[in-house]
Design a protein around this ligand. Sequence first.
Ligand SMILES: Nc1nc2c(c(=O)[nH]1)N[C@H]1C(S)=C(S)[C@@H](COP(=O)(O)O)O[C@H]1N2
Ligand SMILES: [Mo]
Length: 198
Amino acid sequence: MAVTRGFLGRPPADSSRVPPGQYVTRDFPVLSAGPTPHTRLDAWNFTIRGSVDNPVSWSWAEFQALPHERFTVDIHCVTKWTKLDMAWAGVPLDTFLDAVSTPAAHAMAFSDGGYTTNVPLADLRGGKAWIVDEYDGQPLDPEHGGPARLLVPHLYFWKSAKWIRGLDLLTDDQPGFWEMYGYHTYGDPWKEQRYYGD
Ligand SMILES: Nc1nc2c(c(=O)[nH]1)N[C@H]1C(S)=C(S)[C@@H](COP(=O)(O)O)O[C@H]1N2
Ligand SMILES: [Mo]
């Protein structure tokens, strides 16, 4: 059977980069559980607290002065969109975590507006997670979490807390906002860990 180029359309995206049950989109959808907070930069800080010897905070100016990395990653949302090759800039979490001494194995990210999400500390270390303040060469749009958001690209995107203000370090895992509503506690897109029990 003859199939013209038009019927074939665009070649499919490299399937090795698309987790099961996901489709590739070019859009950057906005998904927020509440209104976009607008915190003044002179009132903003990033704080590591909880199960630590001493809590530590960075002002916006101090955060800006930290060495930033530029990197490109694929993002997978539990609502089934995947967006490839997203270009970000931010500070690896290692930079912040190296400033505290802690027996904790878990972190609860907390944000302006009250959003929380839990992530194992090991998933925030080793250059796998960042506090980002730039997307696609521009300051991070408030709708997408500006001035700064957590980015944990190897987990579903709900773990990447927008408007982040800090981490509560915890010795025991606890559910965050969506995790209390039945989302998976860990959220590995390659294992389709969408909901509790997956
Ligand atoms: N503070 C906060 N962070 C959040 C959310 C939220 O509602 N509030 N939604 C999460 C969810 S469910 C997703 S899919 C992504 C969406 O990010 P985006 O709006 O930049 O696409 O942010 C995550 N981080
Ligand atoms: Mo989401």
